[in-house]
Unconditional design. Structure first.
Length: 544
């Protein structure tokens, strides 16, 4: 009876875990440049301009992303205000939904124990957990693709589910663009080749229904954009996608193996448990997950622009593999080996040392600065940040708990459950505490001085901009208003507007922010005067 009661409350436990870990302290730290602020600024400009069909940055067309995620953020901002909590609120909700979905699908595929393990391992792994407390697009995008692939799997035995697959892939396209359809397409084609051996995977009718559903959802915005703004937007959008694939955009060029290292380290501890299952034979849904993993990893390893969250779709199949191994180990079908112990201790030690090192660096900046060659980073560390010394206990405690769980792991079912629950919850609590206590201090070093300056100018009849580096922070934290510049500047590109602010006939005071390592190019500019330098940032004012 006790076990039945526990299983009855599993869904509530999963949802409650999401609420407890994802929502508190969401607004505790400023949004981070670039992506968090970029997306929140697009949502803010939708609200202020009243134009929800057009994605904008600095009230100019922004063709890098479709609008679905910005609609979600704008909705949260309408309810909660234009702030950090609202910007991250959508992903916290998506995090709760994701855990619940994993539990339900896991329960359907195997049983409630498997579903619970799957939800726990996702909750208790580093980057999957952290992304639900962020304001980036990928958690929402990834959930839609995962559901699209899941319902494609279901459609093999129940053809009507192909509609749902098309709807979710359409939503993924509406969230981040055609890459959602590309991932699904490559996964389906790979499954057709490797497992179906070129025999029929879906009927023509199913393919037609999938296409209609997918295109209908995506067209909610793409068709409207085409009718109102013509082909130029699509030309820019497509050129941007091609640039991401073919060139190291924004300096994000990395070696081919980059994403494999990112997933191995960033998805600790699920990556350690998932590797054995990836190397073993899979059945049914496991085949789809195995192919999805390799499609994502290979695709984004080929793509020239490599950013950490590009491979985040791999978290879903990797978590499935990890849950499969832990479930089979729990039931005695799989054996624990020394490589698992080594992997957990080695990577766990690395992370623990990192969690300890960050506060130690903060408490000893004066001694460390002389050894830092990057002048901007060195000056960042001049920020006045209070460290109590207790922050190092987060990493120390995590390491001790991890070591105790590994060394006291036994063969009994009860002890195995203690290990699974212990390692996932210890990781989740560690991340929760670190995010609440340490991350705000880190942010003060990296961008605090600049954001303080932007906020100090909020509400003033001035222009605030950046020169010499790329940023979106001045737009969101100065809270630039629509129609705040002359009508003659409306048709200017971003580059032309920046040039106008620097050298053109401006109608009000202009303030600029640059970095100390970029200041030399502007130091003797005839239109600029120095205000102050603070923590790696230089603040300037136009003379006339």
């Amino acid at each position: 009876m006790r076990i039945q009661i526990q299983q009855k409350y599993y869904p509530l436990i999963v949802l409650a875990s999401g609420v407890v870990f994802f929502f508190p302290f969401l607004g505790n730290v400023h949004l981070f440049d670039w992506d968090e602020i970029n997306f929140a600024e697009s949502a803010r400009e939708m609200i202020l301009s009243g134009n929800y069909s057009k994605v904008q940055i600095d009230y100019k067309p922004f063709w890098e992303k479709p609008p679905l995620f910005f609609w979600m953020q704008a909705g949260a901002m309408q309810l909660l205000g234009i702030n950090e909590f609202a910007a991250r609120f959508s992903n916290a909700v998506i995090g709760c939904i994701t855990l619940w979905v994993l539990f339900l699908i896991g329960t359907r595929i195997r049983n409630t124990s498997f579903g619970l393990i799957w939800a726990l391992i996702y909750l208790g792994s580093f980057t999957p957990h952290l992304y639900f407390k962020s304001g980036i697009i990928d958690p929402t995008f990834n959930l839609f693709i995962f559901l699209g692939i899941y319902f494609s799997y279901r459609a093999q035995t129940m053809p009507k589910y192909i509609w749902l697959s098309g709807i979710f892939i359409g939503l993924s396209i509406l969230t981040k663009g055609p890459v959602g359809g590309l991932i699904w397409g490559l996964t389906a084609i790979s499954y057709w080749i490797l497992y179906n051996k070129f025999t029929k995977l879906f009927t023509f009718k199913q393919i037609l229904f999938f296409s209609v559903a997918c295109v209908a959802i995506a067209s909610l915005w793409f068709a409207n954009e085409l009718m109102h703004n013509g082909f130029w937007f699509f030309q820019e959008f497509i050129q941007y996608q091609i640039r991401l694939f073919s060139t190291p955009d924004a300096g994000h060029g990395q070696p081919f193996y980059y994403h494999f290292v990112v997933v191995l380290l960033g998805c600790f501890p699920m990556s350690i448990f998932g590797i054995p299952a990836l190397a073993s034979r899979q059945e049914n849904f496991g085949k789809w997950m195995k192919i999805t993993f390799w499609v994502v990893m290979i695709l984004f390893s080929i793509v020239t622009t490599k950013i950490v969250h590009y491979s985040s779709m791999a978290y879903f199949p990797l978590s499935f593999m990890a849950a499969s191994f832990l479930y089979d180990w729990l039931s005695g079908k799989k054996r624990w080996n020394k490589w698992l112990t080594f992997g957990l201790i080695f990577i766990g030690t690395v992370f623990s040392l990192l969690l300890i090192a960050i506060p130690l660096v903060g408490m000893n900046t004066a001694e460390i600065i002389p050894y830092i060659k990057d002048s901007f980073a060195a000056k960042n560390l001049n920020a006045v940040v209070h460290w109590s010394g207790f922050e190092i206990l987060i990493g120390i405690t995590y390491f001790i708990i991890l070591l105790v769980l590994i060394l006291r792991k036994k063969d009994s079912s009860e002890k195995k459950w203690t290990f699974i629950g212990g390692i996932t919850l210890a990781t989740a609590i560690c991340l929760f505490t670190f995010g609440a206590v340490v991350v705000p201090k880190i942010e003060r070093y990296t961008q605090g001085a600049a954001i303080d300056f932007y906020e100090s100018k909020r509400g003033q009849n001035v222009y605030v901009s950046v020169i010499g580096f790329k940023s979106y922070a001045h737009l969101f934290y100065f809270q630039k208003q629509p129609d705040s510049a002359p009508v003659s500047t409306k048709q200017m590109t971003q580059e032309q507007f920046s040039e106008w602010l620097l050298n053109g006939p401006v109608d009000k005071p202009v303030f600029f922010v640059t970095r100390t390592d970029r200041y030399e190019a502007y130091k003797n500019h005839p239109n600029l005067e120095f205000i102050e330098e603070k923590n790696g940032f230089v603040f300037l004012k136009r003379k006339n």
